[in-house]
Design a protein around this ligand. Structure first.
Ligand SMILES: [Zn+2]
Length: 357
């Protein structure tokens, strides 16, 4: 047995030691004898019960007191028993992190190996999202993009200068496989992704989204705009806001938006500012993992808007648009305190979480 990976023992004072540092996941043990502090320290490395009791005996610590200490650590969730596998052989930062989070009361991820996520739009940001998901253990990461690698796609660890002109998805798959040979980049025909990430520039193309709505596939837009990257809102078809709802609100705010949007869609993408390319990808991938793992996601009914100058994103919440018809259940159901905007409203509802505009 030993303490879980990532948990260390720290001596505080005669009689007091702590396991872990963060108050949310650490355990403070007080009124210990000097011998008990030594026994506790021994649990920082692998030791079997017999050796632990021998050590305890040498320091005049009774077996009953050793067992009480072990029970305390076990209850706190920081003790790894003999029959428990060390997650990731002690070197997996993700496993360590989630073990600590579980001790802090946050539910950790289940196995992600059977999960399937598709990324549509494999520019630098899209490929980073895919790379993060693969490294975080998502078993199948599918890439879809018919376009070719552009010079602005080239970046650290992603597309290389020699890839320019080659199909983005094809290069992206080899980048993913090189980083993690275990990740699957194709699945049997007919396999439904758990989630589709749609990376777009300027405006979101509504055509492929219709198929996702029809086939009831959850999707998360990541939209690169002139000044920000917007992650969300997450669309669960039939269960809440969709991207047509968002577009309808935009049209209410600017009746000429459809004319402008058509032109935006026809212009080539302009790439993404360097730090936004990373922060947008990290937020998007983190939200995908939250959805897959069943944790609360900030993008449920909301878009997370990131700029390159403000580290605190704006979270803009959206409701189903009365004219959309995408989600009759959401429209007729009591909305549990949050209200959809009145007909004719030109604004998305508040921006309560995440600070300022
Ligand atoms: Zn809708």
């Amino acid at each position: 047995m030993r303490l879980h990976d990532g948990f260390e023992v720290y001596w505080r004072s005669p009689g007091a030691s702590q396991v872990g540092l963060d108050p949310r996941c650490s355990v403070l043990l007080e009124e210990l004898s000097d011998g008990e502090q030594r026994v506790l320290e021994a649990l920082g490395r692998e030791i079997d019960r017999a050796a632990l009791l021998t050590l305890a005996n040498a320091h005049s610590v009774r077996t009953v007191d050793v067992d009480a200490m072990l029970e305390r650590l076990r209850t706190a969730g920081v003790l790894r028993e003999d029959d428990e596998q060390s997650a990731g052989s002690g070197a997996d930062p993700d496993a360590r992190y989630w073990r600590a989070a579980e001790v802090a009361g946050i539910e950790g991820p289940g196995p992600r190996v059977d999960r399937v996520v598709q990324v549509c739009g494999v520019d630098q940001l899209g490929l980073r999202v895919a790379g993060i998901l693969a490294q975080a253990g998502v078993g199948s990461v599918l890439l879809q993009d018919r376009s070719r690698v552009r010079p602005e796609d080239v970046g650290a660890g992603m597309f290389r200068p020699g890839d320019v002109g080659v199909n983005r998805a094809e290069v992206g798959r080899s980048v993913l496989r090189a980083a993690d040979p275990k990740v699957r980049v194709s699945v049997p025909p007919g396999t439904r992704p758990d989630l589709v990430v749609v990376v777009e520039h300027g405006v979101v193309d509504p055509v492929p989204l219709r198929a996702l709505m029809r086939e009831d596939v959850a999707h998360l837009p990541v939209l690169v705009r002139e000044l920000d990257v917007v992650v969300g809102p997450l669309v669960r078809p039939g269960l809440g806001v969709c991207l047509r709802c968002v577009d309808l609100y935009r049209c209410e705010a600017d009746p000429r938006w459809p004319a402008v949007a058509t032109q935006v869609a026809a212009r080539p993408p302009a790439g993404v500012e360097t730090s936004l390319g990373w922060s947008g990808a990290a937020v998007a991938a983190g939200q995908v993992l939250a959805v897959l793992d069943g944790r609360p996601a900030a993008v449920e009914g909301a878009g997370v808007e990131l700029t390159a100058w403000d580290p605190v994103p704006v979270v803009r919440t959206w409701q189903v648009h009365p004219e959309c018809g995408c989600s009759p259940a959401a429209l007729s159901a009591p909305s549990g305190g949050s209200t959809r905007p009145a007909r004719g409203s030109t604004r998305p509802t508040g921006s309560a979480r995440g600070g300022h505009r």
